[in-house]
Design a protein around this ligand. Structure first.
Ligand code: SF4
Ligand code: SF4
Length: 411
């Protein structure tokens, strides 16, 4: 698979990707977003994981914090106190330069989300402008371990940072079931709509998410891997129709690991899910031989089983891609099977006809029906990516599940 723009290519094929303690994961109880409680939770995570970059001279290092700032809705982003308290801790350690950055699908929505989330103000207090990756330059990277991408383009800010701290929010995802540490790096991509189109086969899309992590790790100084630590905001998570319009669910914990695989495996297990159902997690685990079985992970801190609480997880069928043009049987069966898959529907009572969803649908599956004065979905084109749900400011996009669990699925 190739992306549109290549630019100057940096080939890291000779670099071995090895991270610190890939099977260690720390979980700590944090009862709420009170800044003091968040701060002590973060300090405990750092104390438990002992990142080696904390021993180095941070005075010479730049650190980039990558929260999830998907949308201006309060529960859709990494809580501002998690970001601010971590920034304070790092500042106290003497970090030379501290940056915060993320991007959504468009420059404008990203700007709004940065402002409304309060994270732009935190960045300004640090003396920096919050980074909108869509306004950044991009660096093109290749590595032998990429599973589906020839190259991955990452923002120059990410390329230049000495250390990355990924701060995902624990959420379900109506298009990809779960979003955590692995999917949070999709926010680094410059043309998300095109990537949804290129990787419309969901299996490939999920494997591509792993390639992004490989690309970020590759570009450490000289022969080194870039240090990346992942800390998940699971104090209040989201269940149901995430990543933007789901329901709040408290897990009252922060989870940290150097391995995004270990982190997502534990978080999804806390929600009652089976990590084996998530291809992004399996693929990245297989690429690097990182452990994904929660029972074989070294979980330190508090007892993880105490935080388990089944969440409303979107139907797994949503992860199945529907291929057409295959075998004769497939060509006959696909339309039938498709009709039983979760379907996107626009709630016309909530819809304000802003047309945002139409312009951001990667498959041009949405259109305005002038006669009915409604947004309609062309089901034969829809890939169930839920970009429309992420972009809709009025929570008007619904995902309906017919009787799909009784129907065999095509993967
Ligand atoms: S209609 Fe929505 S879910 Fe379907 S392809 Fe378009 S953006 Fe994705
Ligand atoms: S983005 Fe939401 S409100 Fe705007 S047209 Fe689409 S469904 Fe309607």
């Amino acid at each position: 698979m190739n992306h549109q723009k290549i630019g100057k290519l940096i080939n890291y094929s000779n670099k071995t990707i090895e991270i610190e303690n890939s099977n260690r994961i720390a979980i700590v109880k944090v009862k709420d977003y009170n800044p003091e409680n968040v701060r002590s939770g973060l300090l405990r995570i750092i104390e438990l994981l002992k990142p080696s970059f904390f021993d180095d001279d941070l005075i010479h290092k730049s650190v980039l914090l990558k929260p999830n700032v998907l949308a201006p809705d309060k529960m859709a982003f990494t809580n501002e106190n998690v970001v601010e308290q971590l920034a304070e801790i790092l500042k106290k350690q003497g970090v030379k330069k501290l940056l915060i950055g993320d991007s959504t699908m468009t420059k404008l929505i990203t700007k709004m989300a940065h402002r409304k989330s309060g994270l732009a103000d935190i960045a300004e207090k640090l003396g920096e402008k919050m980074i909108n990756f869509l306004e950044d330059e991009f660096v093109t990277i290749s590595h032998d371990s990429f599973r589906v991408s020839k190259v991955i383009r990452i923002p120059k800010t990410v390329f230049n940072a000495d250390i990355i701290i990924n701060l995902p929010k624990m959420k379900t995802h109506a298009g990809y079931v779960f979003t955590g540490a692995i999917k949070n790096f999709f926010g680094l991509m410059e043309d998300k709509i095109s990537m949804h189109k290129i990787y419309k086969d969901k299996l490939l899309f999920q494997r591509m998410l792993g390639d992004i992590h490989q690309a970020v790790l590759c570009c450490g100084e000289k022969e080194r891997i870039k240090p990346v630590l992942h800390i998940m905001d699971a104090i209040e998570a989201m269940e149901g129709k995430g990543p933007r319009s789901g329901k709040h669910k408290k897990y009252n914990c922060l989870i940290g690991s150097f391995s995004p695989v270990a982190l997502d495996a534990l978080a999804f297990s806390l929600m009652g899910g089976n990590p084996e159902d998530l291809e992004a997690l399996k693929s990245l685990s297989e690429t690097n031989l990182w452990e994904r079985n929660v029972n074989r992970l070294e979980v330190i801190g508090d007892n993880w089983e105490d935080f388990k609480d089944n969440a409303q997880i979107p139907p797994l069928e949503t992860l199945n891609s529907i291929r057409t043009g295959g075998s004769l049987i497939e060509r006959f069966a696909v339309p039938l099977i498709r009709s039983f898959h979760p379907r996107i529907k626009i709630n016309s009572k909530k819809c304000k006809l802003c047309m945002n969803c139409i312009s951001h649908c990667p498959m041009q599956a949405l259109y305005f029906d002038e006669n009915k004065n409604k947004i309609k979905v062309n089901r034969s084109k829809c890939i169930n990516c839920f970009c429309c749900g992420e972009i809709c400011p009025n929570n008007a996009v619904q995902q309906k599940r017919p009787i799909s669990k009784f129907i065999p699925l095509i993967k």
